[in-house]
Design a protein around this ligand. Structure first.
Ligand SMILES: NC(=O)C1=CN([C@@H]2O[C@H](COP(=O)(O)OP(=O)(O)OC[C@H]3O[C@@H](n4cnc5c(N)ncnc54)[C@H](O)[C@@H]3O)[C@@H](O)[C@H]2O)C=CC1
Ligand SMILES: O=C(O)CCC(=O)C(=O)O
Length: 525
């Protein structure tokens, strides 16, 4: 039974779903990285929010880990390249808390416009400072949206409902989508110049880090109010403090900080500064949503192989997974076969599907071929890290679907480009479930690819099979299955034998010494 660790506080629905879906679950929250390292090795899955940092070190201590599930959107607390390199799928829940986070941004905008936190503190301190707090209306003001994705577009919708004008800077926002959202697409400089309120809704990336730098803050209009419910690191916090103190910035509300938890901060106590402790996603509704979603996605993956909302792997629905499973087994075997039989650097690989195979989602098939191919050289390769490793090694991967149906109702062909030319293998599914090799380097052959095998290329001549049987028999090697194919009578023949034990180098040398043998290799699947 797969085992999952929930390492951050999560709605109890998550644990309930894991158990209902046949996944063992432990909830152990608040651990230090050292403590987490000590226990993570027992788990197949890790369910987190933002507190747990999934670093290279944690991943190194987690040999069984297959999936990290983020109950939320931002995955900057997960080292995705390191997870990909180790073959660990990283999933998030991209929509479960977007409304809640957008509402928090709007709440902070109101808090700034009417100085609600200060007015509350003053009133409860018995001061009744009616003349101290003069607010501004939102109606008619310009809201500058940096990042117009899921959360940004909900913020825009609510702001338009408040009769604000919304201008948006997002390099990936199409003009059509801007029209649909009712916002004006602008450059960052234009936004900085025009906005009365600025709200940030981008992930933290190399491009967005420090997007509100000291230089950019200086370009804003005097009296601007700034809200950040996205990620710390998007704003230069020291420059923000200076701007608040000089009065250039009329207010700033941060839900997120460059370093969290922010228990001490130079901004604390600055006039017109409002803060919340990363509460953007903290509503009952959002937490139930993300807990249910992350548990369902992780259980799908661990129990049936379905992949949803993965950031480092193509999606594969739980419905598709059973249909694709035998194809992935076939693809992996074909990849492994060409990997074991091809020497030297591979330049390119083409994965072609015909008949029923061509109607399926090709990404998992391609991933499985690459995993089989590269596992020949490293047993830590799997479907997650294989495409990543292929890219890293400069392997050109081509995916081709053919409408035609040939001799088989379904066929997957893998062709690799080697220094000796193209080499191609093809396989089908017998009874829609049993992977079977049907072609090897242009020669028709029918074979299971399983366990230990012996691959021989020889000149087709009488007596050879007898001599081979005697050689194997004398070495105490039992033959399980025997598959033969040849180009033409008396031409080149291929033999694929399954044997009950691994073929030793010594035995291989004897086989190679038999008359007519051109190549002999041990294979394993
Ligand atoms: N405070 C909190 O508790 C929460 C914070 N978040 C944060 O909010 C962020 C946004 O979430 P979603 O809207 O769901 O993500 P999303 O992926 O739907 O939208 C992000 C938008 O940012 C845009 N973008 C990317 N690079 C940009 C750049 N250089 N300049 C301007 N725009 C750029 C993208 O094109 C995209 O439209 C998340 O990445 C997460 O860090 C999300 C949920 C809760
Ligand atoms: O889990 C949380 O409370 C934070 C949510 C968040 O930051 C996100 O989903 O990106």
């Amino acid at each position: 039974m797969p085992k999952v660790l929930i390492s951050d506080k999560m709605d109890p629905k998550a644990a309930q779903i894991f158990r209902e879906r046949g996944v063992e679950v432990d909830e152990i929250t608040g651990k230090t990285p050292e403590e987490l390292k000590a226990i993570i090795g027992d788990y197949d899955g890790l369910a987190i929010r933002s507190s747990t940092k999934v670093t290279q070190e944690i991943l190194d201590a987690a040999p069984n880990l297959k999936v990290v599930g983020r109950a939320g959107i931002g995955v900057d607390n997960v080292d995705i390249p390191a997870a990909s390199a180790r073959g660990v799928v990283v999933m998030n829940t991209p929509f479960g808390n977007s409304i809640t986070t957008a509402e928090h941004a709007i709440a902070l905008m109101f808090a700034l416009a009417r100085q609600l936190p200060e007015a509350d503190a003053s009133t409860q301190a018995g001061k009744w400072e009616k003349n101290r707090f003069m607010g501004v209306e939102l109606t008619g003001k310009t809201l500058g949206l940096i990042g117009a994705g899921n959360i940004g577009s909900i913020v825009a919708d609510r702001a338009l409902g408040l009769r604000m004008k919304v201008v948006a800077f997002d390099p990936f926002l199409t003009p059509e989508r801007a029209i649909e959202m009712g916002v004006e697409k602008v450059s960052l400089d234009d936004l900085l110049l025009r906005a009365d309120f600025i709200t940030l809704h981008t992930p933290l990336t190399d491009q967005t880090r420090n997007i509100l730098s000291a230089e950019n803050l200086a370009k804003t209009r005097r009296g601007v109010r700034i809200i950040n419910c996205a990620r710390g690191g998007l704003i230069d916090e020291a420059a923000l403090k200076q701007g608040l103190e000089s009065g250039h910035i009329a207010g700033a509300a941060l839900d997120v900080f460059a370093v969290e938890p922010a228990k001490e901060h130079p901004l604390f106590g600055t006039p017109n500064f409002v803060s919340t402790p990363h509460l953007g996603a903290s509503t009952t509704e959002a937490q139930v949503n993300v807990a249910i979603q992350v548990a369902e996605q992780m259980a799908d993956f661990l129990v049936s192989g379905g992949v949803t909302n993965a950031l480092n792997m193509p999606s594969l629905s739980a419905e598709e997974a059973p249909r694709l499973k035998p194809y992935m087994a076939l693809a992996e075997k074909l990849g492994s076969l060409v990997g074991q039989l091809s020497h030297g650097e591979l330049k390119n690989i083409a994965i072609e599907s015909e008949g029923a195979a061509a109607e399926l989602n090709q990404k998992p098939i391609v991933g499985a071929v690459l995993a089989g191919l590269m596992r020949v050289h490293s047993d830590t390769v799997n479907m997650v890290n294989a495409p990543f490793l292929a890219k890293e090694r400069g392997l050109d991967v081509r995916e081709v679907r053919h409408d035609r149906e040939g001799d088989y109702h379904t066929l997957v062909r893998v062709t690799v480009g080697t220094a000796q030319g193209d080499r191609s293998v093809a396989g089908t599914l017998f009874g829609n479930s049993a992977p079977r090799l049907v072609e090897l380097f242009g020669i028709k052959v029918e074979a299971d690819l399983a366990g230990n095998m012996l691959y021989i290329v020889n000149e087709d001549a009488p007596g050879f099979i007898g001599r081979l049987g005697t050689t194997l028999g004398e070495a105490g090697v039992n033959i399980g299955t025997f598959h033969l194919g040849r180009r033409e009578a008396g031409g080149e023949a291929i033999l694929l034998l399954s044997v009950d034990e691994k073929v030793s180098e010594e035995l291989l040398a004897k086989v190679r010494a038999l008359p007519g043998v051109k190549t002999a290799m041990a294979l394993s699947f």
